[in-house]
Ligand binder design. Structure first.
Ligand code: CTP
Length: 437
């Protein structure tokens, strides 16, 4: 069905039952209270694209807060009111949230002696939004249930796959929209329309991104990088000269982009071997690749802008600083497993995955994989208490014994706890013997 048929009553009926029922309830409540009510924004965009979206944003022409209170009486969620903004949030038991916004009538001054024009409230609400595809609404009142409201050509842009702003100063007013444009274009595989592109370039040239707090900038950049197609996002950030803002020397080099192309596959490969696959922090590995051409000084400057968390900061820094040494060591033919263990043990799984994806040498890849599969999880089971029970006095000897136990375990000479105890005992005896002799 062409999107141009502007009523979507039938299609709304195909939504999951709970959502459809809720829309009907919202519409009926609007009728009872004398308010026009709409579902707006991201939900409408995704609905028209046939995609699921769990974020429900309603706009009420009238008192949004009173409306939200009445709605919550019906659906029995947890209501939070933001009096100052005329908004309310209802948290549903299934964790979904539902936002209700008050739309107000506003007056718009037109230039050249045109009279002030009063626009309908829903018009005003939609006009302040970011892109045409996000600035549509569907009415929910019974007599108009399913009616699409599209003042700015959102449907056309959905069909033409365009990201387009509604007015020239959109990015000046809200510079985070620069990142949203990039994100939507990769996520939906849409084009940023030419004039909109020019507005982005101008806003960046005029320093609008400098107006964001360091934290906000960091968050937007990292979120943008992670959206669906990583290398596309990085190329886009480079084209709009956002990478230069992080550091003048930072760019998406051909080599790095090529590595990023294989990264997803590499990560999936390691995920199949990991006991906690969801804990791999993809963003760290991406940053390692992105920052890998910088010298130490530029790396530190870039990290200062990009990373607030100290642990992550040093993970990236140390991984890159040790890269050459690691590769040199891992190119040896006859590395024994304990040397391998000691070499890699200080690094996180993210670092290992980065090295694996970065280096093409077959020995290096082999050793990295062997380490993850066979050695990474090995640890000594016995503790100081066990050593005391063996009659060993606490002191530097503890570390020596435990380290030797670890070595034997990594080399595959002992496996079980009892074997560890036995080995520790023998070792202690022979060390004591040496000392006495
Ligand atoms: N919006 C905007 N400008 C912003 C952020 C949001 O105009 N800087 C508007 C858009 O109309 C958007 C709606 O607020 O559709 C909801 O915002 P949000 O939930 O952040 O975005 P979604 O469009 O739902 O996108 P996502 O799928 O990423 O949540």
């Amino acid at each position: 069905k062409s999107l141009k048929s502007y009523n979507f009553k039938k299609e709304l009926a195909q939504l999951p039952m709970d959502i459809h029922t809720m829309f009907q309830q919202v519409g009926q409540l609007g009728d009872t209270m004398g308010n026009d009510v709409f579902i707006v924004g991201g939900f409408v965009r995704d609905f028209l694209l046939g995609e699921e979206n769990q974020d429900l944003d309603f706009v009420v022409e009238g008192d949004g807060i009173a409306f939200a209170q009445a709605l919550n009486e019906i659906i029995q969620g947890r209501l939070t009111i933001h009096e100052k903004f005329g908004t309310a949030t209802i948290q549903l038991p299934d964790k979904r949230t539902l936002d209700v916004v008050t739309a107000r009538r506003e007056y718009y001054e037109y230039p050249a002696a045109m009279p002030q024009v009063e626009k309908s409230s829903i018009w005003s609400d939609l006009f302040r939004r970011d892109f045409t595809i996000n600035a549509m609404a569907i009415q929910l009142n019974k007599s108009k249930f399913g009616q699409l409201i599209d003042y700015f050509g959102g449907i056309q842009d959905l069909e033409d796959k365009n990201i387009r702003v509604l007015y020239n100063l959109s990015f000046v007013e809200d510079p985070t929209r620069i990142f949203r444009a990039i994100r939507f274009s990769t996520r939906l595989n849409f084009n940023i329309e030419d004039e909109t592109k020019t507005f982005i370039h101008e806003a960046i040239k005029d320093g609008m991104l400098d107006r964001l707090s360091a934290e906000r900038l960091r968050e937007e950049i990292l979120n943008t990088i992670l959206e669906k197609n990583i290398q596309e996002n990085i190329l886009s950030l480079d084209r709009f000269k956002v990478l230069e803002i992080i550091h003048p020397k930072l760019q998406a080099s051909q080599a790095n982009v090529e590595k990023l192309q294989t990264l997803k596959e590499t990560i999936n490969y390691f995920r199949t071997y990991e006991s906690r696959p969801d804990e791999i922090e993809v963003v760290l590995i991406v940053l390692m690749h992105l920052l890998s051409d910088l010298n130490e000084h530029d790396l530190v400057e870039s990290l200062n802008k990009l990373i607030a968390n100290k642990g992550n900061y040093s993970k990236i820094k140390e991984t890159l600083e040790n890269r050459k040494i690691i590769y040199e060591q891992l190119k040896q033919e006859d590395l024994n497993s304990y040397d391998l263990y000691q070499l890699l043990n200080q690094f996180s799984l993210e670092s290992i995955i980065y090295y694996y994806n970065d280096c093409d040498h077959s020995y290096v890849k082999h050793y990295l994989l062997f380490y993850v599969l066979k050695l990474k999880e090995i640890h000594v089971e016995i503790s100081g208490e066990d050593l005391i029970k063996l009659g060993i006095k606490p002191g530097p000897i503890f570390r020596i014994v435990l380290e030797r136990v670890l070595e034997e375990k990594v080399k595959g000479n002992i496996y079980r706890r009892e074997e560890e105890i036995q080995f520790a005992q023998q070792l202690y005896r022979s060390l004591k013997g040496e000392k006495n002799a």
